[in-house]
Ligand binder design. Structure first.
Ligand SMILES: [Zn+2]
Length: 198
């Protein structure tokens, strides 16, 4: 309800726009904690979390005979959340480091530092000193989305703005700019529900 609205107006709005409200509520992302059974996308591919207590404290992927992809987590189940977080951050760093290094070489600029964070407000950022930051959640998105974000932040080392010139630089090193931006508009918000406790 808007601050100056009345109950009567709110009821009227709800009567007229009930379908819209229901659709919005249905779209609110549900928490997907890192616990056994949760399906987590890794590079855009759904992986079911499976606890394997018997093996040493690592995380690895397997494909079941059924074709289902699983993310196996060893050690105590109480450490599963932290282990999956650590694994995804490590994988995100690996992919982003690789993509940023490649695009920096293509553009003739130098990346000084890459940090992987859990920033909810943006997917990446860049300082003029050459430090790039990214959200680890990009590892959940299809690889072309992560690649676009790497290209975007590296391109800021050439153009520290969002001018037409900046976008030409991004286009030079990334072929899937529009596709990646569309994906983020549609699915980006959904990535925030993973690893959040209910
Ligand atoms: Zn930017």
């Amino acid at each position: 309800m808007p601050p100056r609205g009345t109950i009567v107006e709110a009821k009227e709005f709800a009567n007229v726009h009930g379908g819209w409200i229901a659709a919005r509520l249905g779209r609110l992302p549900k928490a997907a904690p890192f616990q056994p059974g949760t399906v987590v996308p890794l590079r855009g591919v759904p992986h079911r979390l499976v606890h394997r207590s018997g093996e040493r404290g690592t995380v690895w992927t397997e494909t079941r005979d059924s074709g289902e992809k699983i993310l196996c987590v060893a050690g105590g189940v109480e450490h599963m959340d932290r282990r999956v977080h650590d694994f995804l951050k490590r994988e995100a760093r690996k992919d982003l480091q690789k993509a940023a290094t490649l695009h920096a070489a293509e553009l003739g600029v130098r990346v000084r530092r890459i940090s992987i964070r859990d920033q909810s407000s943006r997917w990446g950022s860049c300082t003029s000193a050459g430090s790039l930051s990214f959200s680890w959640r990009l590892i959940l998105a299809p690889s072309y989305v992560l690649d676009y974000l790497a290209a975007h932040e590296v391109a800021h080392l050439v153009e520290m703005n969002h001018s037409a010139r900046f976008w030409r630089v991004v286009d030079k090193v990334c072929a899937s700019v529009t596709r990646a931006k569309n994906w983020l508009d549609t699915h980006g918000n959904d990535l925030h529900r993973y690893g959040i406790q209910e």
